[in-house]
Design a protein around this ligand. Structure first.
Ligand code: HGY
Ligand code: MN
Ligand code: MN
Length: 416
Protein backbone atom coordinates (compact mmCIF):
# COMPACT_ATOMS: atom_id res chain seq x y z
CA UNK A 1 0.00 0.00 0.00
CA UNK A 2 1.65 3.29 -1.03
CA UNK A 3 2.27 5.57 1.92
CA UNK A 4 0.36 8.88 1.97
CA UNK A 5 2.14 11.78 0.29
CA UNK A 6 4.23 14.21 2.35
CA UNK A 7 1.64 16.91 1.57
CA UNK A 8 -1.05 15.29 3.72
CA UNK A 9 -1.36 17.56 6.75
CA UNK A 10 -3.95 18.31 9.39
CA UNK A 11 -5.28 21.80 10.19
CA UNK A 12 -3.27 22.77 13.29
CA UNK A 13 -5.27 25.95 13.99
CA UNK A 14 -8.56 24.05 14.01
CA UNK A 15 -7.11 21.36 16.28
CA UNK A 16 -5.79 24.01 18.66
CA UNK A 17 -9.14 25.86 18.71
CA UNK A 18 -10.94 22.60 19.55
CA UNK A 19 -8.47 21.90 22.37
CA UNK A 20 -9.10 25.35 23.81
CA UNK A 21 -12.89 24.98 23.46
CA UNK A 22 -12.84 21.59 25.22
CA UNK A 23 -10.65 23.09 27.96
CA UNK A 24 -13.50 25.49 28.84
CA UNK A 25 -15.50 22.51 30.11
CA UNK A 26 -14.64 21.46 33.66
CA UNK A 27 -12.07 24.22 34.23
CA UNK A 28 -9.57 23.85 37.07
CA UNK A 29 -8.59 26.64 39.44
CA UNK A 30 -5.18 27.35 37.88
CA UNK A 31 -5.70 27.27 34.12
CA UNK A 32 -6.01 23.51 33.68
CA UNK A 33 -8.96 21.15 33.97
CA UNK A 34 -10.95 19.27 36.57
CA UNK A 35 -13.20 17.16 34.30
CA UNK A 36 -13.19 13.95 36.29
CA UNK A 37 -14.85 10.88 34.89
CA UNK A 38 -18.66 10.57 35.12
CA UNK A 39 -19.08 14.05 36.57
CA UNK A 40 -21.47 16.54 34.97
CA UNK A 41 -18.44 18.19 33.36
CA UNK A 42 -17.48 14.84 31.79
CA UNK A 43 -21.01 14.59 30.45
CA UNK A 44 -20.75 18.09 28.97
CA UNK A 45 -17.40 17.31 27.38
CA UNK A 46 -18.87 14.13 25.86
CA UNK A 47 -21.79 16.08 24.43
CA UNK A 48 -19.46 18.62 22.81
CA UNK A 49 -17.30 15.83 21.35
CA UNK A 50 -20.43 14.11 19.98
CA UNK A 51 -21.63 17.38 18.41
CA UNK A 52 -18.29 17.82 16.67
CA UNK A 53 -18.38 14.21 15.44
CA UNK A 54 -21.94 14.66 14.15
CA UNK A 55 -20.81 17.84 12.36
CA UNK A 56 -18.00 15.81 10.76
CA UNK A 57 -20.53 13.29 9.41
CA UNK A 58 -19.65 10.48 11.80
CA UNK A 59 -22.10 8.01 13.32
CA UNK A 60 -21.69 7.68 17.09
CA UNK A 61 -21.86 4.38 18.96
CA UNK A 62 -21.62 4.12 22.76
CA UNK A 63 -21.08 0.90 24.70
CA UNK A 64 -22.39 0.00 28.15
CA UNK A 65 -19.25 1.33 29.85
CA UNK A 66 -19.73 4.70 28.16
CA UNK A 67 -16.89 4.23 25.65
CA UNK A 68 -17.67 6.44 22.62
CA UNK A 69 -16.99 5.43 19.00
CA UNK A 70 -17.44 7.98 16.16
CA UNK A 71 -17.31 6.14 12.82
CA UNK A 72 -16.33 7.59 9.41
CA UNK A 73 -17.34 5.13 6.70
CA UNK A 74 -14.79 3.47 4.46
CA UNK A 75 -15.39 2.19 0.94
CA UNK A 76 -15.50 -1.38 2.28
CA UNK A 77 -18.12 -1.50 5.07
CA UNK A 78 -17.01 -5.01 6.02
CA UNK A 79 -13.37 -4.05 6.53
CA UNK A 80 -12.40 -3.82 10.20
CA UNK A 81 -12.05 -0.17 11.17
CA UNK A 82 -8.87 1.61 12.18
CA UNK A 83 -9.50 3.06 15.63
CA UNK A 84 -7.85 6.23 16.89
CA UNK A 85 -8.41 7.93 20.22
CA UNK A 86 -7.68 8.38 23.91
CA UNK A 87 -9.65 9.89 26.83
CA UNK A 88 -11.47 13.11 27.73
CA UNK A 89 -11.52 12.63 31.51
CA UNK A 90 -8.89 14.51 33.52
CA UNK A 91 -7.17 14.49 36.88
CA UNK A 92 -8.65 16.83 39.53
CA UNK A 93 -5.71 19.16 38.87
CA UNK A 94 -5.22 18.04 35.30
CA UNK A 95 -3.91 19.71 32.19
CA UNK A 96 -5.72 20.64 28.97
CA UNK A 97 -3.94 18.07 26.79
CA UNK A 98 -3.54 14.73 28.67
CA UNK A 99 -5.86 12.41 26.75
CA UNK A 100 -7.75 15.24 25.07
CA UNK A 101 -5.05 15.70 22.42
CA UNK A 102 -5.52 12.06 21.40
CA UNK A 103 -9.30 12.27 21.10
CA UNK A 104 -9.36 15.62 19.30
CA UNK A 105 -6.30 14.66 17.25
CA UNK A 106 -8.33 11.67 16.04
CA UNK A 107 -11.27 13.96 15.24
CA UNK A 108 -8.88 16.27 13.35
CA UNK A 109 -7.81 13.29 11.22
CA UNK A 110 -11.46 12.84 10.22
CA UNK A 111 -12.00 16.57 9.63
CA UNK A 112 -8.86 16.74 7.45
CA UNK A 113 -9.84 13.70 5.39
CA UNK A 114 -13.25 15.32 4.87
CA UNK A 115 -11.59 18.58 3.77
CA UNK A 116 -9.41 16.72 1.26
CA UNK A 117 -12.23 14.42 0.12
CA UNK A 118 -10.03 11.41 0.81
CA UNK A 119 -11.66 7.99 1.00
CA UNK A 120 -10.14 5.01 2.78
CA UNK A 121 -10.94 1.33 2.38
CA UNK A 122 -11.22 0.71 6.12
CA UNK A 123 -13.64 2.80 8.18
CA UNK A 124 -11.99 5.05 10.78
CA UNK A 125 -13.39 5.29 14.32
CA UNK A 126 -12.49 8.00 16.83
CA UNK A 127 -12.72 6.79 20.42
CA UNK A 128 -13.16 8.32 23.86
CA UNK A 129 -12.43 5.72 26.55
CA UNK A 130 -14.25 6.15 29.87
CA UNK A 131 -12.22 6.65 33.07
CA UNK A 132 -8.68 6.42 31.79
CA UNK A 133 -7.33 8.36 34.75
CA UNK A 134 -8.48 6.07 37.55
CA UNK A 135 -8.41 9.01 39.92
CA UNK A 136 -12.10 8.98 40.90
CA UNK A 137 -12.62 5.25 40.35
CA UNK A 138 -9.51 3.06 40.58
CA UNK A 139 -7.89 1.51 38.62
CA UNK A 140 -6.74 3.61 35.69
CA UNK A 141 -7.78 2.62 32.14
CA UNK A 142 -10.87 0.99 33.63
CA UNK A 143 -13.23 0.95 30.63
CA UNK A 144 -10.59 0.10 28.03
CA UNK A 145 -9.63 -2.69 30.42
CA UNK A 146 -13.19 -4.06 30.33
CA UNK A 147 -13.16 -3.68 26.52
CA UNK A 148 -9.94 -5.74 26.37
CA UNK A 149 -11.36 -8.40 28.69
CA UNK A 150 -8.95 -7.59 31.55
CA UNK A 151 -11.73 -6.67 34.01
CA UNK A 152 -15.30 -7.97 34.21
CA UNK A 153 -17.94 -5.30 33.69
CA UNK A 154 -19.63 -6.15 37.00
CA UNK A 155 -16.39 -5.62 38.91
CA UNK A 156 -15.77 -2.34 37.08
CA UNK A 157 -19.28 -1.04 37.69
CA UNK A 158 -18.96 -1.75 41.41
CA UNK A 159 -15.88 0.47 41.81
CA UNK A 160 -16.69 3.31 44.19
CA UNK A 161 -15.34 6.83 44.61
CA UNK A 162 -14.34 8.54 47.88
CA UNK A 163 -18.02 9.36 48.55
CA UNK A 164 -19.03 5.72 48.02
CA UNK A 165 -20.75 6.39 44.70
CA UNK A 166 -20.69 3.43 42.26
CA UNK A 167 -19.20 3.76 38.78
CA UNK A 168 -22.29 2.13 37.22
CA UNK A 169 -24.71 4.47 39.01
CA UNK A 170 -22.71 7.55 38.04
CA UNK A 171 -22.58 6.40 34.40
CA UNK A 172 -26.39 6.11 34.45
CA UNK A 173 -26.73 9.45 36.24
CA UNK A 174 -24.89 11.39 33.51
CA UNK A 175 -26.83 9.46 30.87
CA UNK A 176 -23.88 8.06 28.93
CA UNK A 177 -24.45 4.33 29.22
CA UNK A 178 -24.82 3.10 25.65
CA UNK A 179 -26.41 -0.12 24.45
CA UNK A 180 -23.44 -1.74 22.73
CA UNK A 181 -21.88 -4.76 24.46
CA UNK A 182 -18.36 -3.85 25.64
CA UNK A 183 -15.60 -5.40 23.57
CA UNK A 184 -17.85 -6.53 20.73
CA UNK A 185 -16.14 -4.17 18.32
CA UNK A 186 -13.19 -5.69 16.42
CA UNK A 187 -10.32 -3.47 15.28
CA UNK A 188 -7.95 -3.53 12.31
CA UNK A 189 -5.56 -1.41 14.41
CA UNK A 190 -5.58 1.20 17.18
CA UNK A 191 -3.47 4.38 17.33
CA UNK A 192 -3.21 6.78 20.27
CA UNK A 193 -1.66 10.25 20.20
CA UNK A 194 -0.64 11.45 23.68
CA UNK A 195 1.61 14.05 25.26
CA UNK A 196 4.75 12.44 26.70
CA UNK A 197 4.05 13.56 30.29
CA UNK A 198 7.82 13.39 30.86
CA UNK A 199 10.92 15.49 29.98
CA UNK A 200 12.73 13.31 27.41
CA UNK A 201 11.42 14.58 24.03
CA UNK A 202 11.78 18.24 24.96
CA UNK A 203 15.27 17.66 26.41
CA UNK A 204 16.35 15.78 23.28
CA UNK A 205 14.79 18.41 21.00
CA UNK A 206 12.53 15.89 19.28
CA UNK A 207 9.08 16.67 17.84
CA UNK A 208 7.83 13.07 17.91
CA UNK A 209 8.10 10.09 20.25
CA UNK A 210 7.74 6.73 18.49
CA UNK A 211 6.43 4.67 21.41
CA UNK A 212 7.85 1.16 21.18
CA UNK A 213 6.91 0.07 24.71
CA UNK A 214 4.92 1.12 27.77
CA UNK A 215 6.28 0.55 31.28
CA UNK A 216 4.24 -1.63 33.62
CA UNK A 217 2.76 -0.53 36.92
CA UNK A 218 1.56 -1.86 40.28
CA UNK A 219 -0.87 0.07 42.52
CA UNK A 220 -0.90 -1.31 46.07
CA UNK A 221 -3.33 0.21 48.57
CA UNK A 222 -1.92 0.10 52.13
CA UNK A 223 -4.07 0.43 55.27
CA UNK A 224 -2.24 1.02 58.55
CA UNK A 225 -4.18 1.00 61.83
CA UNK A 226 -2.86 2.40 65.14
CA UNK A 227 -4.84 4.29 67.77
CA UNK A 228 -6.35 7.77 67.71
CA UNK A 229 -5.12 9.64 70.80
CA UNK A 230 -4.46 13.16 72.08
CA UNK A 231 -1.34 14.71 70.48
CA UNK A 232 -0.69 16.64 73.68
CA UNK A 233 -1.32 14.36 76.62
CA UNK A 234 -0.30 10.97 75.19
CA UNK A 235 3.29 10.11 76.21
CA UNK A 236 5.53 9.23 73.25
CA UNK A 237 6.11 5.59 74.33
CA UNK A 238 2.34 4.98 74.43
CA UNK A 239 1.62 6.15 70.91
CA UNK A 240 0.43 3.95 68.04
CA UNK A 241 0.95 6.53 65.32
CA UNK A 242 -0.33 5.24 61.98
CA UNK A 243 0.84 8.44 60.30
CA UNK A 244 4.42 7.84 61.41
CA UNK A 245 4.20 4.25 60.19
CA UNK A 246 3.14 5.55 56.77
CA UNK A 247 6.02 8.05 56.73
CA UNK A 248 8.57 5.30 57.42
CA UNK A 249 7.06 3.07 54.73
CA UNK A 250 7.03 5.88 52.16
CA UNK A 251 10.71 6.47 52.92
CA UNK A 252 11.25 2.77 52.09
CA UNK A 253 9.17 3.11 48.86
CA UNK A 254 11.54 5.85 47.71
CA UNK A 255 14.61 3.79 48.67
CA UNK A 256 13.27 0.70 46.84
CA UNK A 257 12.61 2.67 43.64
CA UNK A 258 16.05 4.31 43.74
CA UNK A 259 17.63 0.87 44.22
CA UNK A 260 16.46 0.08 40.66
CA UNK A 261 17.64 3.33 39.05
CA UNK A 262 17.59 4.70 36.38
CA UNK A 263 14.20 3.49 35.17
CA UNK A 264 12.09 2.39 38.16
CA UNK A 265 9.86 4.90 39.94
CA UNK A 266 7.80 4.79 43.13
CA UNK A 267 5.63 7.14 45.20
CA UNK A 268 2.23 7.47 46.85
CA UNK A 269 -0.14 10.00 45.27
CA UNK A 270 -3.28 9.08 47.21
CA UNK A 271 -3.12 9.50 51.02
CA UNK A 272 -6.08 9.56 53.43
CA UNK A 273 -5.40 10.23 57.14
CA UNK A 274 -8.04 9.58 59.83
CA UNK A 275 -9.34 11.45 61.67
CA UNK A 276 -7.07 14.12 60.10
CA UNK A 277 -7.47 16.44 63.07
CA UNK A 278 -4.62 18.72 64.19
CA UNK A 279 -4.60 17.44 67.76
CA UNK A 280 -5.29 13.74 67.20
CA UNK A 281 -2.59 11.17 66.55
CA UNK A 282 -3.67 9.45 63.30
CA UNK A 283 -5.31 6.15 64.17
CA UNK A 284 -5.58 5.06 60.56
CA UNK A 285 -4.03 5.92 57.21
CA UNK A 286 -4.90 4.57 53.76
CA UNK A 287 -2.52 5.28 50.89
CA UNK A 288 -1.77 3.86 47.42
CA UNK A 289 1.80 3.07 46.38
CA UNK A 290 2.45 3.46 42.63
CA UNK A 291 5.48 1.43 41.42
CA UNK A 292 6.48 1.44 37.72
CA UNK A 293 9.25 0.01 35.57
CA UNK A 294 9.77 -1.21 31.99
CA UNK A 295 10.98 -4.49 33.56
CA UNK A 296 8.37 -6.83 35.08
CA UNK A 297 10.90 -8.50 37.39
CA UNK A 298 11.75 -5.10 38.86
CA UNK A 299 8.06 -4.32 39.51
CA UNK A 300 7.66 -7.71 41.21
CA UNK A 301 10.78 -7.10 43.34
CA UNK A 302 9.57 -3.64 44.42
CA UNK A 303 6.16 -5.03 45.36
CA UNK A 304 7.69 -7.94 47.34
CA UNK A 305 10.00 -5.57 49.27
CA UNK A 306 7.11 -3.23 50.07
CA UNK A 307 5.22 -6.10 51.70
CA UNK A 308 8.31 -7.28 53.65
CA UNK A 309 9.43 -3.83 54.83
CA UNK A 310 5.86 -2.74 55.57
CA UNK A 311 5.18 -5.76 57.78
CA UNK A 312 8.46 -5.16 59.67
CA UNK A 313 7.79 -1.46 60.28
CA UNK A 314 4.22 -2.12 61.43
CA UNK A 315 5.33 -4.92 63.79
CA UNK A 316 8.08 -2.72 65.32
CA UNK A 317 5.54 0.05 66.00
CA UNK A 318 2.64 -2.10 67.25
CA UNK A 319 0.53 -1.19 64.21
CA UNK A 320 -1.53 -3.45 61.94
CA UNK A 321 -1.06 -3.30 58.19
CA UNK A 322 -3.05 -4.59 55.20
CA UNK A 323 -2.16 -4.56 51.52
CA UNK A 324 -4.59 -4.67 48.57
CA UNK A 325 -3.51 -4.75 44.91
CA UNK A 326 -5.85 -2.19 43.32
CA UNK A 327 -4.32 -1.88 39.87
CA UNK A 328 -1.56 -3.03 37.61
CA UNK A 329 -0.43 -4.18 34.23
CA UNK A 330 2.72 -5.76 32.81
CA UNK A 331 5.13 -3.79 30.59
CA UNK A 332 3.80 -3.55 27.02
CA UNK A 333 5.52 -4.03 23.64
CA UNK A 334 3.50 -2.32 20.89
CA UNK A 335 2.86 -3.78 17.43
CA UNK A 336 5.91 -3.57 15.13
CA UNK A 337 3.80 -2.82 12.03
CA UNK A 338 1.95 0.04 13.71
CA UNK A 339 5.16 1.38 15.27
CA UNK A 340 6.81 1.37 11.81
CA UNK A 341 3.83 3.25 10.34
CA UNK A 342 4.36 5.97 12.95
CA UNK A 343 8.14 6.09 12.45
CA UNK A 344 7.72 6.18 8.65
CA UNK A 345 5.19 9.00 8.95
CA UNK A 346 7.55 11.10 11.09
CA UNK A 347 10.37 10.54 8.57
CA UNK A 348 8.17 11.33 5.55
CA UNK A 349 6.90 14.49 7.19
CA UNK A 350 10.39 15.59 8.20
CA UNK A 351 9.73 15.63 11.94
CA UNK A 352 12.60 14.86 14.31
CA UNK A 353 11.78 11.70 16.25
CA UNK A 354 13.12 9.08 18.62
CA UNK A 355 11.99 5.77 20.09
CA UNK A 356 10.57 6.12 23.59
CA UNK A 357 9.08 3.96 26.34
CA UNK A 358 5.89 5.43 27.76
CA UNK A 359 6.30 6.31 31.44
CA UNK A 360 2.55 6.72 31.91
CA UNK A 361 -0.16 4.13 31.39
CA UNK A 362 -2.60 4.60 28.52
CA UNK A 363 -5.70 2.93 27.08
CA UNK A 364 -3.43 1.73 24.27
CA UNK A 365 -1.67 -0.51 26.85
CA UNK A 366 -4.86 -2.56 27.22
CA UNK A 367 -6.09 -2.31 23.62
CA UNK A 368 -2.70 -3.71 22.59
CA UNK A 369 -4.00 -7.03 23.93
CA UNK A 370 -6.87 -7.20 21.40
CA UNK A 371 -5.61 -5.33 18.32
CA UNK A 372 -2.34 -4.22 16.68
CA UNK A 373 -1.64 -0.98 18.58
CA UNK A 374 0.91 1.82 18.76
CA UNK A 375 1.26 5.33 20.16
CA UNK A 376 2.73 8.59 18.97
CA UNK A 377 3.85 11.19 21.49
CA UNK A 378 4.58 14.88 21.42
CA UNK A 379 6.71 16.76 23.97
CA UNK A 380 5.26 18.76 26.84
CA UNK A 381 6.85 21.80 28.50
CA UNK A 382 9.30 20.81 31.27
CA UNK A 383 7.84 17.29 31.03
CA UNK A 384 5.06 18.44 33.36
CA UNK A 385 1.69 16.67 33.45
CA UNK A 386 -1.00 15.81 36.01
CA UNK A 387 -0.61 19.48 36.92
CA UNK A 388 -2.79 22.37 35.76
CA UNK A 389 0.30 24.09 34.34
CA UNK A 390 0.68 21.26 31.76
CA UNK A 391 1.57 22.96 28.46
CA UNK A 392 2.41 22.04 24.87
CA UNK A 393 2.94 24.15 21.75
CA UNK A 394 0.57 24.31 18.79
CA UNK A 395 3.49 23.14 16.65
CA UNK A 396 3.98 20.03 18.78
CA UNK A 397 0.24 19.27 18.70
CA UNK A 398 0.21 19.73 14.91
CA UNK A 399 3.25 17.51 14.39
CA UNK A 400 1.73 14.75 16.50
CA UNK A 401 -1.60 14.92 14.68
CA UNK A 402 0.13 15.02 11.26
CA UNK A 403 1.95 11.79 12.15
CA UNK A 404 -1.29 10.31 13.46
CA UNK A 405 -3.03 11.22 10.19
CA UNK A 406 -0.37 9.48 8.12
CA UNK A 407 -0.22 6.36 10.29
CA UNK A 408 -4.01 6.02 10.34
CA UNK A 409 -4.47 6.69 6.63
CA UNK A 410 -1.66 4.32 5.63
CA UNK A 411 -3.23 1.58 7.76
CA UNK A 412 -6.79 2.37 6.58
CA UNK A 413 -5.57 2.32 2.93
CA UNK A 414 -6.35 5.38 0.82
CA UNK A 415 -8.72 4.54 -2.05
CA UNK A 416 -9.07 7.99 -3.62
O1 HGY B 1 -1.60 6.57 35.66
C1 HGY B 1 -1.30 6.78 34.49
O2 HGY B 1 -0.20 6.51 34.06
C2 HGY B 1 -2.29 7.45 33.55
O3 HGY B 1 -2.03 8.83 33.56
N1 HGY B 1 -3.64 7.20 33.94
MN1 MN C 1 -3.67 10.20 29.64
MN1 MN D 1 -3.34 11.18 32.93
Amino acid sequence: MPAPGENLRINGDRLWDSLMDMAKIGPGVAGGNNRQTLTDADGEGRALFKQWCDDAGCTMGVDSMGNMFARREGTDPDALPVYVGSHLDTQPTGGKYDGVLGVLGGLEVIRSLNDMGIKTKHPIVVTNWTNEEGTRFAPAMLASGVFAGVHTQDWAEDRTDAQGKRFGDELDRIGWRGDEPVGARKMHAFFELHIEQGPILEAEGKDIGVVTHGQGLAWIQVTITGKDAHTGSTPMPMRKNAGLGMARILEKVDEIAWSHKPHAVGAAGHIDVYPNSRNVIPGKVVFTVDFRSPDLAVIQDMEKRLYEEGEKIAADMGLTIEFEKVGGFDPVAFDDGCVSAIRGAAERLGYSHMNIISGAGHDACWINQVAPTAMVMCPCVDGLSHNEAEEISKEWATAGADVLLHAVVETAEIVS
